[in-house]
Design a protein around this ligand. Structure first.
Ligand SMILES: [Zn+2]
Length: 76
């Protein structure tokens, strides 16, 4: 079998509507995992604002803002 499969860990780590931005409380679409193990959640707006600084500190950047755009297109 050479079929590529999605890694289970990737699916399990998806953000949900229960995840909230640590800065403003809006729905979170980005998760930053710090090298020390701390996790920060951000809405699209605050993700953009903090991204450069946090990735500079070595944070793992999990971005699901594409989902946000996809659902907007379907809201008609
Ligand atoms: Zn926010």
């Amino acid at each position: 079998m050479t079929t590529a499969t999605t890694e289970p860990s990737e699916v399990a780590s998806e953000l949900t509507s229960l995840d909230r931005c640590d800065s403003c409380g809006a729905q979170a679409y980005v998760r930053a995992t710090m090298p020390a193990g701390g996790v920060l959640l951000f809405c699209a707006h605050h993700a953009t604002k903090h991204r450069e600084k946090l990735t500079g500190l070595g944070a793992q950047w999990h971005d699901e803002t594409a989902k946000l755009h996809a659902s907007n297109d379907r809201s008609i």
